[in-house]
Design a protein around this ligand. Structure first.
Ligand SMILES: Nc1nc2c(ncn2[C@@H]2O[C@H](COP(=O)(O)OP(=O)(O)OP(=O)(O)O)[C@@H](O)[C@H]2O)c(=O)[nH]1
Ligand SMILES: [Mg+2]
Length: 380
């Protein structure tokens, strides 16, 4: 298996019962696509006539009656479902939820406005089902693919965003931002904790989340023009895309756990100052006593939040929680000593006060992170 995440072998027979007998689930995200859903169902029925498939619409509480329209069309069709999400928006998260709502071993994603070429689906499906590819992509940018009649500005923006994605991915995939692809459900499941789930570009999210490159095969298609409904592409989508890119770059440079640990530490500083102020004001305590209270409370706060969030895959419970808290106090105590020691040495060597202080704090924090990872929340 080419990706470095645990994936169960493809077992059609035993899974068939769980999968409701479906070999493929087609996930269709919709927002205000009432006039398009009948067409997409009809064209999928024709294209997938040789495959046992179900269609899962994920609708974000459309205002134009999309979900009701689907419900009518699906009245006598057990292989069509609609998941309605209230007070939620987001194409990527809708697709993820649709994929996780099925036990079919292979899932496809296709837009709900008829712009993707559903006739390509059987070939994309075959590539994934046979294990020839981890992900099979309907591609606008590979040889013979086309974006149809896009205007010059949209084409230029899309090409620039595609190049940026390729650079971040370090991947030769020609269309890493396609919304039309087929993948095994358990591949997505294994990547779930790493996905950002943000924005429009679920394929990019999947490709960039995999610890080892997914084996991708692209088949060309021509992106059709919208015939009904309105585009949901807007500045919000572009901003979401840029945030996702930044997120991936930061994750590549800094491990996400370290970023999370630092964020919790920053919150912990707020807790420290609030406790210090309260203790000084309410208990009228001496500064040293109040500062000691604040340190103890801030360390406990950091421990609680890191235990629940940063190390949620290794959360300590029961007696281990108590032992972990004690070891975290010890770790942070040594971190404070390292902080003071390094800062003092640098200051004595005539470095500026803020350089000395910052260097001490940096070393102390890195020590805290390393020791917490290796001792308090060590793998068992
Ligand atoms: N569930 C859900 N679906 C969405 C959301 N935003 C867009 N979609 C659906 O995702 C698909 C792609 O959105 P489009 O607006 O068609 O984006 P596009 O195809 O890149 O742009 P156009 O060429 O202008 O149509 C369509 O089926 C939309 O209905 C959302 O927030 N939630
Ligand atoms: Mg569209």
């Amino acid at each position: 298996m080419s990706i470095g995440v645990a994936i169960a072998p493809y077992r059609t027979a035993p899974l068939a019962a769980l999968a409701g007998g479906y070999d493929l689930a087609v996930v269709v995200p919709t927002y205000d696509e009432a006039d398009n859903v009948a067409g997409i169902i009809a064209s999928l029925d024709v294209a997938l006539c040789d495959i046992r498939y179900e269609i899962i619409f994920v609708d974000d509480w459309s205002r134009d009656g999309t979900a009701e329209r689907i419900a009518l069309l699906a009245a006598d069709r057990p292989n069509i479902r609609v998941i309605r999400r209230f007070d939620r928006r987001g194409l990527s998260s809708a697709v993820i939820e649709g994929m996780m709502a099925t036990m079919a071993p292979v899932v496809a994603v296709i837009d709900g406005d008829g712009q993707h070429d559903e006739q390509l689906l059987p070939r994309l499906f075959a590539l994934v089902r046979t294990g020839t590819a981890d992900v099979a992509i309907g591609s606008r940018y590979c040889v013979n693919g086309s974006t149809g009649d896009w205007g010059a500005i949209r084409l230029r923006l899309s090409r620039a965003a595609t190049r940026l994605s390729q650079w971040v991915l370090q991947s030769p995939v020609a269309d890493p931002m396609s919304g039309f692809f087929v993948i095994r459900r358990d591949t997505v499941e294994a990547l779930l904790p790493r996905l950002s789930g943000r924005g429009f570009k679920i394929l990019f999210d999947l490709l960039s989340s995999s610890p080892e490159p997914l084996r991708a095969i692209e088949l060309p298609f021509e992106f059709r023009a919208r015939t009904a409904g309105e585009s949901k592409l807007g500045t919000g989508v572009v901003l979401d895309y840029l945030v996702t890119i930044a997120d991936r770059l930061i994750r590549r440079i800094l491990p996400s756990r370290l970023v999370m640990f630092a964020a919790v530490g920053t919150l912990g500083l707020g807790v420290h100052l609030a406790t210090l102020e309260t203790t000084l004001a309410v208990a009228d305590a001496r500064f040293a006593v109040a500062q000691t209270c604040a340190v103890l409370v801030a360390i406990a706060f950091n421990f609680l939040v890191n235990n629940a969030v940063t190390f949620r895959d290794r959360t300590l419970r029961g007696w281990r929680f108590i032992g972990g808290l004690a070891s975290f106090y010890a770790v942070c105590g040594l971190g404070a000593l390292a902080n003071i020691g390094i800062g003092s040495v640098l200051f004595a060597e005539h470095h500026r006060w803020w350089v000395s202080g910052a260097a001490g704090a940096l070393v102390g924090s890195l020590w805290n992170f390393a020791a917490a990872t290796l001792v308090t929340w060590r793998r068992r």
